[in-house]
Design a protein around this ligand. Sequence first.
Ligand SMILES: *[C@@H]1O[C@H](CO)[C@@H](O)[C@H](O)[C@H]1NC(C)=O
Length: 444
Amino acid sequence: MSRKLAFASLLAAAAAQGAGNQQTETHPKMTWKRCSAPGSCTTVNGEVVIDANWRWLHLDGGTDNCYDGNEWTGCSSESECTSSCVLEGADYTKTYGAKTSGDALSLQFVTKHEYGTNIGSRLYLMASQSKYQMFTLMGNEFTFDVELSTLDCGLNGALYFVMMDADGGTSRYSSNTAGAKYGTGYCDAQCARDLKFVGGKANVEGWKPSDNDANAGVGPMGGCCPEMDVWESNSHSSAVTPHPCETVEYHVCETTNCGGTYSDDRFAGGCDANGCDFNPYRMGVQDFYGAGKTVDTSKEFTVVTQFSEGLIYQFFVQDGVKIDMPNTTVQGVEGNKINEEFCKNQFAAFDDRDRFNEVGGWSKMNEALRGEWVLVMSLWDDHYANMLWLDSSYPPEKASQPGGDRGDCPQDSGVPSDVESQHASATVTYSNIRFGPIGSTVEV
Ligand SMILES: *[C@@H]1O[C@H](CO)[C@@H](O)[C@H](O)[C@H]1NC(C)=O
C-alpha cells in the first residue's frame, strides 16, 4: 500500500460531512426540568442545536458553496460531496430567528438575513455540546407550555420525538465527523429524503430541486426511524400521532422503497407515514381547540402527554384548569385515548389503510417507546399538501365525509408562498419542559 493512499483516506476522514471554521458553533442554552413526583422537579441545564440541513454547506478550506438554493453546486458525486463539503456554525438569532431565554425557545417563521431568507427551523435538545438529550418515553410523561397564537392556517409548530442516534450518527457512519454538535442524523417516519446527508453520505446523486420550494429538493436516500408526534399544531388544529416502523432505530432507505411524503407510493416504506392520529376536530369535536374555544389558542397553555404500554394520552392545562382530551363523537370510535382499539376503529371508520398494523402496530410502537428518543422542536410550512391534513379538509374529495375534516381552515389556505409572505413574523414559543414518571410533571 502506498503512502499516498493512506494520506488520501486520512484527508477524507477529516473533511467528510465535517464542520467548517467560518463561524463558531455556540448552542443557545435552554433549561428544562426532570421530575420525580408532583412538585418535585430539578432543573437541567441543556442547550439546543439547529438541524444540519439549515446550515451553510460549503467546500472545505474556502467559502464556495456546495449547495445553493435548492441545488448542489460545488460538487457532483456522492463521494466527492461527502469528502469535500463541510457544515458551518450558526448564528441562531440573526440567520434562523431562533432564540432561547431561560426555559423557553422561540422560533420565528421567516427571517431575512445578510445572505438570504430563512424559512422555518428544526432544533434538537442536547445533553452536552456533542450529544443529544435522550428520552425514554415508556412509563413517562412529557409536558411543555406553548404559545402559538400567531400560527395561522398552513403553519405547523411541531414538537415531537424521533429515534435519532445520540451522537448524530458519528459512530454508525465514520464519514460523519460533524455529528450532533452540528445537528446531523435526522430521521423520521416519512423517511426524509430532503436531507443533504443521509447515513453520513451526500444525498446528491439524483437530487431533484423542488419546483415550489426555493430551498429544498429530494435525493435518492431517506433517513427513516420511528416518530412520536407529541404535538403538531397551529392556532386552528392540533394532533398527537404515533408512527411506528418495522426497524426500530435509524436506518437508510433508497428511492421509491422509502415511501412517505417524498416517494410516489407513500405506503412503500417500512414506516407508517400516516400514523394513528388523535386530532379532536377530526374526531368530531369541533368546538374544543382554537381561538376562544375550550383550549383557547389565543393564549398560552400546557400540553401533557403520557406514554404507557399500548396507550398514549394527552391532556391540557390552561389558567390552572385541567382540560381532558374530549371523547370522539365519530360513529364506531370511542374514548379520548390512543390505543389499539382506537386506532383499529378509526382506520375502519375513516376508510383509511391500516398501515400502522402493517408495519408492526403496537408491538413495534411499544418497542420504540421503550427505546431512546431525541426531542425535536420545529416550525414549518408544507410544500406538498399545504398542511391541509392538519387544519382543513384532506384529501379535498373527503370534505364532510368521515375523517375528511381536520380543522376550520379553508381548502385554499396554507399555500407556502402565501403563508411566507402573510405570516412572516409568526412565532411559536415552547417553554417550561418537564419530564418524569406519569403523574410527576403537573399538579392539577
Ligand atoms: C368519556 O366517556 C367516558 C365514558 O362515558 C366518561 O366517563 C368520561 O368522562 C368522558 N370523558 C370526557 C373528557 O368527556
